[in-house]
Write a protein that binds this ligand. Structure first.
Ligand SMILES: Nc1ncnc2c1ncn2[C@@H]1O[C@H](COP(=O)(O)OP(=O)(O)OP(=O)(O)O)[C@@H](O)[C@H]1O
Length: 296
């Protein structure tokens, strides 16, 4: 694996390769309910490689459920969900998807450093990816380089990272501006810094889709701006961004496309058209308005 595979632009061109074909996310007529009453009903939408899509809607409107359906964590009662062209429930290339959840207070308790968290992004590659390659595999390489091969094999089996893996980890930390915090305990960071670290973990995993579920809840205003600037930069480098967000101003300012959900899709189109539309009032109720960033 070459070091430049960490470069988001390189990944983006691979992800948008027409040969790869098809949308990243593809929901077709998806209906789902935890009980007999659907909380997501007849939703069809596709997200193409490189898009920046925000899903908005009132509390309890089905946004997180929709995300779980997209990721194959829930199976639709009707319709079909596909991820990178595969049945989402069977999708097993998990490292292609970087998931950043709402402020995980559990992370405060994790007795590990920032670098160790980001290192986890490399785990899917370690055991297989670090095994000596070649047509004859370990046997051939054992003849050529017995000491090195034995060391690499032992590292792979024990899950130890190679120098190239560590470079990828450090590049990811640099991309999110957290290199200086590499040796800090994750619990000693602010909410915004912690979210950056989780993005770095996704980058270290070479994710080409970032899924974020209200990532800035509880994060101070200044850090929120910096966080969105980072997402903009990653998207500009070609990473597909799928964001659930309650801050409609931020959505309109940053996302290219808005999906407004309240069980059904009320709006799906460019962010500026969403502002002009009546979807907000229909989905949220007449009193709804834009609160921040993008204006009223
Ligand atoms: N595990 C569950 N079991 C039963 N009902 C659930 C479960 N998860 C969510 N629900 C219900 O499904 C509906 C949609 O919930 P969901 O979490 O998808 O909405 P949301 O738009 O993400 O809400 P919020 O903005 O408050 O996070 C709600 O009525 C919720 O109470």
């Amino acid at each position: 694996m070459s070091a430049n595979e960490t470069d988001p632009a390189t990944r983006a061109s691979a992800a948008s390769d027409p040969e790869a074909g098809g949308p990243v996310v593809d929901l077709s007529g998806v209906t789902f309910g935890y009980t007999a009453t659907p909380v997501v009903e007849d939703v069809s939408l596709t997200v193409d490689s490189g898009e920046y899509v925000a899903v908005v809607g009132p509390n309890g409107s089905g946004k997180s459920t929709l995300m779980r359906l997209m990721l194959g964590l829930l199976a639709p009662d009707a319709g079909a969900a596909r991820l990178f062209g595969e049945d989402a429930a069977r999708f097993d290339d998990g490292e292609r998807v970087g998931y950043v959840a709402q402020q995980a207070t559990a992370a405060e308790e994790m007795p590990i450093t920032v670098r160790e968290v980001v290192k986890m992004g490399r785990f899917p590659y370690v055991a297989v990816g670090n095994l000596p390659a070649g047509s004859g595999g370990v046997v051939d390489e054992l003849f050529d380089d017995p000491v090195g091969t034995a060391r690499r094999t032992a590292n792979a089996v024990s899950g130890r990272l190679t120098a190239a893996d560590w470079r990828i980890v450090d590049d990811a930390l640099a991309t999110v501006g957290m290199s200086a915090f590499a040796d800090r305990r994750i619990g000693q960071l602010s909410g915004g810094q912690r979210q950056r670290v989780f993005i770095a973990r996704a980058l270290a995993g070479e994710a080409d889709l970032l899924v974020l579920d209200e990532p800035t809840v509880g994060v101070d205003a200044e850090s929120v701006d910096a966080f969105y600037d980072l997402l903009d930069a990653l998207n500009a480098a070609g990473i597909t961004v799928l964001l659930i967000e309650h801050d409609l101003g931020a959505v309109v300012e940053h996302a290219d496309r808005v999906v407004c959900l309240n069980r059904e899709v009320y709006f799906d189109g460019p962010a500026d058209e969403f502002v002009e539309s009546d979807a907000l009032a229909r989905a949220f109720g007449a009193g709804a308005r834009f609160l921040a960033g993008g204006g009223e």
